[in-house]
Design a binder for this molecule. Structure first.
Ligand SMILES: Nc1nc2c(ncn2[C@@H]2O[C@H](COP(=O)(O)OP(=O)(O)OP(=O)(O)O)[C@@H](O)[C@H]2O)c(=O)[nH]1
Length: 801
């Protein structure tokens, strides 16, 4: 399990220290049977202790808070379990009934369609609208006009709902905060930031395609943030649906033990419902939109064997990942349904297992059992370890506790511009966020007042006076950047933010009419604030505004949003690839900068060598600078200037003006002049030495290779292999399914421009593809020559001007 709870040397000792800081009479609380919120129990200290008992009852809430406060401020003072055990009953129950979940999957698996059902069955919406449906309304969670038009999710959308789960004839209400994320890799940051703040996820798979390229990406992202997940095999109504193939693929390809909790009743258009393997019960959806679940213990005769076979497989898989089931299994006994459920919960939260459910969102089948599974098997906020870094204590990690009366700590994970100003999504990790409260931004210590708090329901909102720990909300009027931590000012905490991939593609952009430049700048500033993978900079040489992002679709969407939301028509240049430059051999340098133009001159001499850095596990490494000066020929401050000069040079390589990777510069000697040397002289000398040495070190242009996944009906395989061969792609894997095939290849990004339209033409619009940055690799010789020549011409033209 990666979500290790930091077991502290002695939790009890810490409790003792907290207690000793309290007045002595509190010692009557028994450490082993502390029940701070419930009835305080009497210690074994006899009558003296008894005398204090009644007093303690009055202040026990205070003690609870003191212990918890200490737990939250002293790094590693208590284990998460101890803290949770000590939460008072009400608080425990509140947390127990909260689930913060995300829905993530490959493109078009049915995330939005499934979310629409969830909202309908939980009573959040009164009617179901389909993605690209005939009623032209569009699904609730695809609220952006562009999303509805294109039928894709571009931005993640947050909502919440209450699900009434029936357990043993009793209704239990769960509050679910839910984020629907986009499937396209171009919008991957939306998945990253959602997973960063969620406690669990539903991974949706297509019953026909099983694990697809983006499922693998999503799997990686879930692992990055230690997110427990349940799996939902959707589209069981489609021809060729096979949920067990999907289960097998989760085991094999994602390498996470998985087992089905259900078997389908009927397949394809005859798909009627599922059999719950744990209770051996058939579940049928009834009513116009499948809103009623009819449960019966009558299992269709032809499915009885399959039910027993799959039930045994479930128990066997659990025995591999859960000790309690392993023991029962070894004793050749059969676990009870309750034992199975508890084991699934334990193993899922421990990231050792994923339970697989199945259904068809579009056909309104078997979505409710998936919601039950969210409540049954995904963790509540108190069961997830969330850490902050304590700035006072050398950034040591501290556990945050989802307890309402602790000091507030929250993370701003997403920004969005709305009609009422900037909306900031916040996950409250600890404490309570109240309207009108002052919060502090841990990045810059700025104090901001929270004027309004809302709960988001896609693009609608509901104003609330406060929000407790473990919840997700949005606030207005709080100026910050994505990933900022907020506290109540008392705790010097900051939380680590999400992983932000580097952009791979850029293009120049400018408004067609100069009158639009105000709105153009506004749009740029907003998009950049909202999306950390969208970058904007002005190229100092060409004076052009350059936007960079994750792919053509990503940038196209922003250009389109500029037109629609800001009424700015823009001109864009040809998309440019984010090339890099490197060297392939070691060279020595000995460079002197000497200028004597009357008055004070400039003097700096730098001696050393430049060499390639060996590749790291993820490829070329960032450039590094080292000094190996002996005898103090260059002083510390000038060496610092040398390093600055080197790093500056690496931002724009000498070959084609792109950043440098995989090169190290070592300065091991030099000379200074008593009056003429300066930091500026050493910086410039290093830059000049770098340019010369770089060109001598057999430099190379590197191009990004993209892991490209293409799926299309089998009959088009030949066409697609032809298209890829033309692009010199390296095909790494081909998988042929009953209808479709999937091909995984490494392609140069440069060769993939315009591929989407060619793929459409070659597959009658039935092919799909996705690209994701894989690694940098030397560009083909001819391309390198062309790029260098083009860069030289550009430089010469600029000089002429
Ligand atoms: N046959 C069938 N089609 C479905 C099912 N669920 C969704 N679809 C269809 O699959 C397509 C994609 O559905 P979405 O809900 O937009 O999928 P998504 O995963 O949210 O898509 P992105 O966010 O763009 O990746 C739509 O045309 C849906 O109608 C299902 O259970 N069965």
């Amino acid at each position: 399990m990666q979500r290790t709870v930091r077991v502290v040397a002695s939790a009890e000792a810490s409790i003792a220290s907290v207690r000793s800081s309290l007045r002595p009479r509190y010692l009557c609380l028994n450490a082993s049977s502390r029940n701070l919120g419930g009835a305080a129990t009497l210690g074994s200290r006899g009558k003296g202790a008894q005398r204090y008992f009644s007093e303690t009852r009055h202040i026990r809430a205070g003690v609870a808070e003191a212990v918890l406060k200490e737990a939250a401020t002293a790094p590693g003072s208590l284990t998460q379990e101890t803290i949770i055990k000590n939460l008072d009953g009400k608080e425990k129950q509140r947390l127990d009934r909260i689930r913060n979940i995300g829905i993530a999957a490959h493109i078009d698996s049915g995330k939005t369609t499934a979310t629409e059902r969830v909202l309908f069955y939980t009573g959040r919406i009164n009617a179901i609208h389909e993605v690209r449906g005939r009623d032209a309304v569009g699904a609730k969670m695809d609220s952006m006009e562009l999303e509805r038009e294109k039928g894709i999710t571009i931005q993640s959308a947050a909502t919440f709902c209450d699900w009434k789960k029936v357990e043993n004839g009793k209704e239990e209400k769960y509050h679910i905060n839910l984020i629907d994320t986009p499937g396209h890799i171009d919008f991957t940051i939306e998945v990253e930031r959602a997973l960063r703040v969620l406690d669990g996820a539903v991974m949706i798979l297509c019953a026909v395609s099983g694990v697809q390229s983006q499922t693998i990406t999503v799997d990686r992202q879930m692992r990055r943030y230690n997110i427990p997940r349940i799996s939902f095999v959707n589209k069981m109504d489609r021809a060729g649906a096979n949920p067990f193939k999907a289960v097998e693929q989760i085991n094999q390809k994602l390498k996470i033990p998985a087992a089905a909790l259900q078997v389908p009743i009927g397949t394809e258009s005859e798909f009627k419902g599922v059999i719950d393997l744990i209770n051996r019960e058939a579940l049928y959806n009834e009513g116009p939109r499948g809103e009623t679940i009819r449960k019966t213990s009558e299992i269709p005769e032809d499915l009885k064997d399959l039910v027993e076979e799959r039930r045994s497989m479930l128990i066997e898989t659990l025995a591999d990942v859960d000790d309690e089931i392993a023991e029962i299994f070894l004793d050749e006994k059969v676990p009870s349904p309750l034992q199975i459920k508890q084991a699934i919960r334990r193993a899922t939260i421990a990231l050792k297992f994923t339970p697989v459910l199945m259904g068809s969102a579009l056909a309104d089948k078997s979505v409710q059992p998936m919601l039950d599974a969210v409540c049954d098997y995904l963790p509540n906020p108190a069961e997830v370890e969330n850490l902050a870094l304590d700035k006072r204590r050398d950034e040591q990690p501290v556990k945050l506790v989802s307890y309402n009366s602790l000091p507030f700590v929250g993370l701003a994970f997403k920004l969005e511009e709305s009609n009422y100003g900037q909306l900031t999504y916040i996950r409250v990790y600890q404490g309570t966020l109240k309207k009108g409260m002052n919060v502090f931004n841990a990045r810059n210590d700025k104090k901001v007042k929270v004027p309004r708090i809302v709960r988001m329901h896609s693009n609608e909102m509901e104003e609330i006076p406060e929000i407790g720990a473990g919840e997700i909300c949005a606030v207005f009027g709080v100026d910050c950047a994505s990933g900022d931590t907020f506290t109540d000012g008392g705790l010097p905490y900051s939380m680590t933010s999400m992983f932000v991939p580097d952009p791979v593609i850029s293009l120049s952009i400018k408004p067609k009419q100069s009158k639009d430049s105000g709105n153009f700048s506004k749009a740029m500033a907003r998009f950049q604030r909202e999306d950390p993978t969208f970058r904007v900079h002005v190229d100092l040489e060409s004076e052009e505004t350059i936007i960079s992002g994750m792919g053509e679709l990503h940038l196209d969407i922003y250009v389109e949003r500029m037109r629609r939301e800001y009424r700015v028509e823009v001109e864009t240049g040809k998309p440019q690839v984010a090339y890099r430059e490197t060297i392939t051999q070691s060279v020595k340098f000995d460079h002197t900068l000497k200028k004597q133009t009357g008055g004070a001159g400039d003097f700096a001499r730098v001696v050393g060598y430049m060499e390639p850095i060996p590749m790291g596990p993820t490829g070329y490494r960032p450039p590094t600078f080292r000094e190996e000066i002996t005898g103090g020929s260059i002083s510390e401050k000038y060496l610092y200037a040398c390093e600055k000069g080197f790093l500056l040079s690496c931002e724009k390589g000498p070959l084609i003006g792109h950043p440098v990777l995989g090169a190290t510069m070592v300065v091991n000697d030099g000379a200074i002049h008593m009056t003429d040397s300066s930091e500026m002289a050493f910086k410039n000398a290093t830059q000049q030495a770098f340019r010369k040495a770089f060109k001598e070190a057999k430099p190379q242009v590197l191009e990004p290779l993209m892991k490209t996944t293409i799926t299309a009906p089998n009959e088009f395989q030949g066409n697609i292999v032809g298209l890829l061969n033309k692009r010199n792609a390296i095909i790494n894997d081909t998988e042929i399914g009953p209808e479709d095939f999937t091909l995984i290849a490494d392609c140069s990004l440069n060769a993939m421009f315009g591929f989407s339209s060619q793929l459409r033409a070659a597959t009658q619009g039935k092919g799909e593809f996705g690209m994701e940055f894989s690694h940098y690799s030397p560009a083909p010789g001819q391309l390198q020559k062309e790029l260098v020549a083009a860069h030289e011409k550009l430089q010469a033209d600029r000089h002429k001007k």
